[in-house]
Design a binder for this molecule. Structure first.
Ligand code: NAD
Length: 478
């Protein structure tokens, strides 16, 4: 018996959660639950994150969280509960299967059956943003080796467990050679450990275009956070079944399962909501906790209901659907069909008794790291980079000004006057010719001199090589 935490949420949440729990109990799911309150009332009671300390305690105790949608009150000052849960509980993988149920649910892509596995904690979502000058703000894109290893291994383990054939990596490493480059490099390393699973790599723009046009060529997709956020919504939309999809957020110890839709306040309390998204999230949860037998039974009964045309209002279509039902009756129809297998839709058969093997991250031997110089970022109102270079060359000493870029484009030496410049200048100081590396104290000395010369340094980034490989980008135009 597995103890889980359940939150019925807001809007249609309580109705669809009751339906999902009823189906699970009828299918003999070996679960018991503690119920917690989250969402609108908790926010309005003055708790800005929508969850109380007691609820946190239950979620952490039980580890498995089955969550109905919540309503975030209008107005500022309320933190996204989902983002808080993902980050605090270390839920590093977001899994969103998107499959067509043609001809029973209308879609332009009857063959699609894609699972998007999105990295959930890093990338631009680390939320590290700064305004640096009058004209420029920045957001830090963080990609880490442990983060890449965990999510990519998860994708291959998922493929093996769910008998998937291929894992595709979506990145933009032709532009972001270091961040997306690391994700791609780790993908290649891990793919080599799974010779039974095909793998390929796509540049995100053309990959997303093909995904929207020909989704049937993809199977499992693994991708960093921002790309995953966007393409998982595209895939859900084009499968024709936004209201039917469930999603899982998985961490090393905790996991959370929910429907992808929101709390739909206008239809709340009317017994018209489709509980499928949450029921399918429940199927993912049962699979995750090792109850593949129960998960399979519910999924097959659900497929029977869909193909028999027993539909809630949101998916009801004249000529295809046979019976219009409410939330409760839809759940009853699943319960009546437990034990049956669909005739037209694919029968679900899960591998049983096998779990994923995601080993703890093993830190590798540290690389030989050598300081080669520093990029100092300067707030300067002028427009002629030669003038700035003249000021900056006064700081030359153990390291020497080698380049100035503006928004990544080289403007000194030999810049083009056509290049548009803002007040945010990256000024690179590098090791003198013939020297192998520079001492750390060079940088504070350089900064102290910059203060004396009234140069407004807004941030610095050290330049290193790692085992002789350059760990920083060059300026465009070089
Ligand atoms: P929504 O998903 O609630 O509704 C979008 C449309 O889909 C509406 O027309 C709604 O009636 C319909 N719909 C959604 N689920 C349905 C279902 N199961 N059956 C039938 N029809 C369904 O999105 P929204 O209107 O943008 O957001 C409403 C509230 O939900 C907001 O407060 C938002 O913050 C919240 N929300 C919560 C979550 C979550 O808890 N994970 C996710 C998204 C939105």
């Amino acid at each position: 018996m597995q103890r889980i935490t359940v939150a019925k949420g807001d809007g249609i949440g309580p109705e669809i959660m009751d339906a999902a729990l009823r189906v699970m109990k009828a299918a003999n799911a070996r679960i018991e639950w503690d119920e917690i309150e989250i969402g609108e009332q908790v926010y309005l009671s003055g708790n800005s994150s929508g969850i109380s300390a007691d609820s946190w305690k239950k979620i952490r105790e039980n580890k498995i969280f089955f969550k109905a949608p919540i309503t975030t009150p209008r107005g500022g000052g309320y933190k996204s509960l989902n983002v808080t849960l993902r980050k605090t509980l270390g839920l590093y993988a977001n899994i969103r299967p998107c499959k067509s149920f043609s001809p029973f649910i209308a879609t332009k892509h009857p063959e699609m059956d894609v699972v998007v596995i999105r990295e959930n904690e890093e990338d631009l979502y680390a939320g590290i943003e700064h305004r640096q000058t009058d004209e420029v703000v920045q957001c830090l894109k963080l990609i880490t080796r442990p983060g890449c290893e965990k999510i990519i291994r998860y994708a291959f383990e998922y493929a093996r467990l769910y008998r998937r054939k291929k894992v595709s990596c979506f990145v933009k490493d032709n532009i972001m050679k270091h961040t997306d480059g690391l994700f791609h490099e780790v993908f290649k390393e891990i793919a080599a450990e799974y010779p039974d699973i095909e793998s390929d790599n796509w540049i995100i723009d053309i990959g997303a275009a093909r995904l929207a046009d020909t989704p049937e060529i993809f199977d499992v997709i693994v991708t960093p956070n921002l790309y995953g956020d966007i393409i998982s919504d595209i895939t859900a939309q084009i499968s024709g079944s936004v209201g039917l999809a469930g999603t899982a957020n998985i961490g090393a110890s905790c996991a959370m399962f929910e429907a992808i839709h929101g709390s739909a306040p206008p239809i709340a309390g009317q017994n018209v909501a489709n509980p499928s998204g949450l029921i399918r999230a429940g199927v993912m949860m049962l699979h995750h906790i090792g109850q593949q037998d129960v998960a399979e039974t519910i999924k097959n009964a659900w497929s029977c209901v869909i193909e028999e045309g027993i539909h809630t209002e949101d998916i009801y279509r004249e000529g295809v659907s046979k019976q219009l039902v409410g939330t409760r009756e839809f759940a009853d129809a699943i319960i009546e069909r437990l034990g049956r297998k669909p005739r037209q839709l694919k029968v679900t058969e899960y591998v049983k008794g096998v779990t994923m093997n995601i080993p703890d991250y093993q830190r590798r031997k540290r690389a030989d790291k050598r300081l080669q110089g520093v990029d100092i970022f300067v707030d300067w109102e002028g427009s002629n980079p030669d003038e700035l270079a003249e000021k900056l060359q006064r700081l030359d000493g153990k390291i020497k000004l080698s380049m100035i870029t503006n928004r990544g484009v080289k403007v000194w030496p030999h810049g083009f006057e056509e290049t548009f410049c803002t007040d945010h200048w990256r000024c690179r100081y590098e090791v003198l010719e013939g020297e192998e590396s520079v001492a750390n104290n060079c940088i504070p000395e350089l900064l102290a001199q910059a203060v004396e010369e009234k140069i407004d340094v807004i941030k610095t980034e050290n330049l290193y090589t790692f085992d002789g490989n350059r760990g920083y980008s060059l300026g465009q135009g070089q």
